[in-house]
Ligand binder design. Structure first.
Ligand SMILES: Nc1ncnc2c1ncn2[C@@H]1O[C@H](COP(=O)(O)OP(=O)(O)O)[C@@H](O)[C@H]1O
Ligand SMILES: [Mg+2]
Length: 387
């Protein structure tokens, strides 16, 4: 519970039934926000790394198309990591299998949550072309995120109409770790959040995103899915502000590696008004994520060059078709001969021969161990996204 009932991030108000809910102050935090040396250093490093990441994208041959292709994989990976913070156990492979119309080889039944996340993200990115980032858009992506069987009793697409709280699974409100504002104050806080979102101010964009994410989590406006929508908000705002030309910067992997610290520092904002420690933690995550994303693109380009060369040397008359298949693997790294036959408009036999070439060259690995309905994976590529 609060050390004091009032701090610069907001105040606690006692509810008739005894618990205290937190009412966050409108953003930005007042002028007492201390942009100390460490924050300035991290902010400049984060900007630098994002600039580099954008630079790497432009340096890639036939940049637009290829970056768009691999961005799909980044989105899948973010969906997996962000959902993992929430407790979803499905992996990237589960998602790839689902997309390929295969049963999950791990037996996981969670992959539809990942699917929803990806759809929510893609929908949001597309919608930004016609609508600025606003509460309505957040509700729309929430509807996508929680669509389907599991989400239907968690009010998809609607802000909550009752009090909720954060705590260990099954915990009651009086043992909650954090209690967000009651509904009327929640609505006021949301309106203020939207105004802040739209305001053209001189706050550095990365700082603004850090403030927005934490504030959104403190408002906790949905019955469920607040963490995931709050992390989608980061991506959508980055894209809207054109910080990156392609959506390639994702924080969830870093956040999930420091899950305790992540929620602990969010708590410290409402408990003590400590915005600074949160901002430092979040900026460090941006620094690492941007560096990782750039390194990965470089690795992928090297892999692509290596495999193109292998194909040119190893498949001779079939090289032209094989290169088309290779390119498709960067967006769909799981493939069957039916898919290849369709892609190239060739017979199943020809597609089969090509896949055998790929297996011999060590590019594809057969997954099922069966004689029929075989599935092949672009393993080196998928592996890059596995940790
Ligand atoms: N003490 C806290 N104060 C504010 N937000 C928190 C706190 N602890 C965790 N969170 C946020 O709440 C999220 C979990 O809320 P929830 O609605 O279950 O979202 P999801 O279903 O997407 O995980 C976490 O991912 C984190 O972002
Ligand atoms: Mg949840």
């Amino acid at each position: 519970m609060a050390n004091t009932d009032l701090n610069r991030a907001g105040k606690y108000i006692s509810q008739p039934s005894g618990y205290k809910a937190f009412i966050p102050n409108p953003l930005p935090p007042d002028s007492s926000l201390i942009m100390d040396e460490e924050i300035i250093r991290l902010l400049s490093l984060a900007d630098q790394n994002i600039g580099r990441l954008d630079g790497v994208c432009y340096a890639v041959p036939d940049t637009e198309l290829f970056i768009k292709t691999i961005a799909k994989m980044y989105v899948r990976k973010e969906a997996v990591d962000s959902s993992q913070i929430e407790g979803t156990r499905a992996s990237l492979i589960d998602e790839l299998e689902l997309e390929a119309g295969l049963p999950a080889s791990s037996g996981s039944t969670d992959a539809d949550e990942i699917r929803n996340y990806i759809e929510a993200m893609n929908y949001g990115l597309k919608r930004l072309e016609e609508l600025p980032l606003c509460l309505r858009l957040l509700r729309e992506i929430h509807e996508k995120l929680l669509s389907g069987v599991r989400g239907h009793n968690r009010s998809p697409g609607q802000f909550r109409k009752s009090q909720n709280w954060i705590g260990p699974p099954g915990s009651a409100i009086n043992t909650a770790t954090y209690i967000p504002p009651p509904v009327p104050q929640m609505n006021e806080a949301l309106d203020a959040l939207e105004k802040f979102l739209h305001k053209a101010d001189s706050i550095p964009v990365l700082i603004k995103i850090g403030l927005l994410h934490a504030q959104f989590e403190m408002i906790h406006p949905f019955l469920d899915g607040n963490g995931r929508i709050g992390r989608l908000l980061i991506t959508l705002y980055l894209c809207q502000q054109k910080i990156l030309s392609q959506p390639l910067l994702y924080l969830s992997k870093v956040l999930s590696q420091s899950r305790q610290e992540y929620s602990g520092l969010l708590s410290q904002i409402s408990k003590n008004g400590d915005w600074e420690q949160w901002l430092k933690f979040y900026l460090r995550a941006v620094v690492i994520a941007a560096e990782d994303a750039a390194a990965k693109i470089k690795e992928i380009v090297l892999l692509r060059n290596r495999h193109r060369q292998l194909i040119i040397d190893g498949t001779q008359s079939r090289a032209k078709s094989a290169l088309v298949v290779l390119e498709s693997l960067f967006s769909q790294p799981l493939v069957s001969f039916g898919k290849v036959a369709e892609l190239l408009d060739v017979s199943n036999q020809t597609a089969n021969n090509l896949l055998n070439d790929f297996v011999e060259m060590g590019i594809l690995v057969e997954q099922t161990g069966k004689k029929r309905n075989r599935v092949y994976m672009y393993k080196d590529y998928v592996q890059m996204f596995m940790n």
